[in-house]
Write a protein that binds this ligand. Structure first.
Ligand SMILES: NC(=O)c1ccc[n+]([C@@H]2O[C@H](COP(=O)([O-])OP(=O)(O)OC[C@H]3O[C@@H](n4cnc5c(N)ncnc54)[C@H](O)[C@@H]3O)[C@@H](O)[C@H]2O)c1
Length: 391
């Protein structure tokens, strides 16, 4: 056994592996593991979560599926040219980008693809199993960071659900960082339940909705009446282009609006709009306008403007989720991980909607991950077979 075999390595299989978020995840993880950048934005590197037995950043191995063929190092150069990655980082982590590139397989369905749903699930699952076997990985987590798809109509499984089914078949934990259907499809409910695998989602909470999950509880706790809450997002990049499709944007906006309904216990007037502005690239401007009543009905307004770099906000959360979900799998947890609601716009399972309570739930979850099996504190979710046992 070589020295590198002595530390168990954990796979992160990215669906949408050549996208902005995925590229920032791979380059960012390599940069932190090499000590080139501090882990700013990684909650798993802060004291309440360290010591929970999470895999080290240097133990993560990347691969994935994508439907485009622009190589990862080239994608990283484009992100650096756009200021998303620090200048010089793609060259500094070129070996890690090349290693991940070698582990990317063609996704699907491709235009004119004649494969059946079963063919696609079987092919995707075989790719993931082969990744785990070749890399002698202890386990892998499948993370969906592919383009947002419209909500499905009819019985056909959307691509995100084909990949979720493949994750189950390959015995992997699953994280849906997008608003796409993924594991939420009714056809997967039984398989997800009986798999004994943990899953988390949906749609990373990185900007506007993060603010909403803080401000919503503030209005409620201060007994202020919110009359209208309207929002507009301007963004470019691949995500901006995907969300120019009204059906894809509707899937995204449902999560943003759910946070208000859950934290205000009512649905105020107002809508969320997403505009594709290609010139902005990965930089998003999100503007919220909140009309509320104070004492004696006095009318007031709060406005917030959030200007963020989307992939830089998302990447640390993807790394956190991969590490937490891998550890949950290792500890035999299964089913929806509602304690990870802190990370999502539209969390699975039952949990609080305000960010403060969600953070407290995350810290308790990390404590349970740390506990030894003798403490009896780990198997609080549905008991089930491990992924290894299924294979
Ligand atoms: N702050 C954030 O960046 C943020 C927050 C929450 C959610 N998200 C979600 O993360 C996802 C990725 O965002 P991004 O900016 O990286 O987008 P992107 O357009 O740069 O990347 C998406 C990638 O998915 C690939 N893809 C599309 N269909 C596929 C398929 N069927 N199989 C495999 N790959 C496929 C595309 O080729 C592309 O490389 C989006 O769904 C976005 O809504 C991002």
């Amino acid at each position: 056994m070589s020295a590198s075999d002595s530390v168990p390595r954990v796979g992160v299989w990215l669906i949408g592996a050549r996208g902005s978020v995925a590229t920032t995840v791979v380059a960012g993880c390599a940069a932190m593991a090499a000590g080139l950048h501090p882990p700013t934005g990684l909650i798993t590197e802060t004291p309440p979560l360290t010591g929970s037995g999470l895999p080290d950043l240097s133990a993560l191995v990347f691969g994935g599926h994508d439907t485009v063929d622009c190589p990862l190092p080239k994608r990283a150069e484009a992100l650096a040219a756009g200021g998303v990655l620090p200048h010089g980082l793609p060259a500094a982590v070129s070996a890690e980008l090349a290693a991940a590139e070698r582990e990317i397989r063609p996704g699907g369905p491709l235009p004119g693809d004649s494969r059946t749903e079963e063919d696609l699930i079987a092919a995707f699952a075989a790719d993931i199993r082969s990744f785990v076997r070749r890399g002698r990985l202890a386990r892998a987590v499948v993370v969906n960071v592919a383009s947002t798809e419209p909500a499905p109509t009819g019985d056909a499984l959307p691509p995100s659900s084909l990949y979720a089914a493949a994750a189950l078949r390959a015995g992997c934990a699953y994280v849906n960082f997008t608003p796409s259907t993924g594991m939420h499809h009714p056809a997967l409910t039984q398989a997800a339940k009986s798999s004994g695998l943990p899953h988390a989602g949906r749609d990373g909470k990185t900007g506007q909705t993060l603010l909403r999950s803080v401000l919503g509880p503030m209005f409620t706790q201060r007994a202020l009446t919110v009359r209208a809450w309207s929002g507009t997002n301007l963004l470019g990049g691949g995500d901006g282009a995907s969300l120019a499709d009204p059906a894809a944007a509707a899937a995204k906006n449902a999560g943003k609006e759910r946070v208000l309904a859950d934290t205000l216990a009512t649905t105020p007037e107002g809508e969320v709009h997403i505009d594709d502005v290609p010139a902005l690239g990965d930089w998003k401007t999100a503007w919220d306008h909140i009309a509320f009543d104070g004492f004696l009905g006095t009318r007031m307004i709060l406005q917030t403007t959030w200007q963020g770099c989307d992939s830089a906000l998302a990447a640390p959360l993807v790394l956190d989720l991969a590490r937490l979900t891998a550890r949950a799998h290792e500890r035999g947890l299964s089913g929806p991980l509602s304690e990870l609601g802190f990370y999502f716009k539209d969390p699975v399972g039952q949990g609080p909607a305000g960010l403060g309570e969600q953070y407290a739930a995350l810290v308790r979850f990390a404590e349970r991950l740390r506990a030894s099996p003798a403490d009896g504190g780990t198997r609080s979710h549905t008991e089930g077979r491990s992924g290894e046992e299924q294979r």
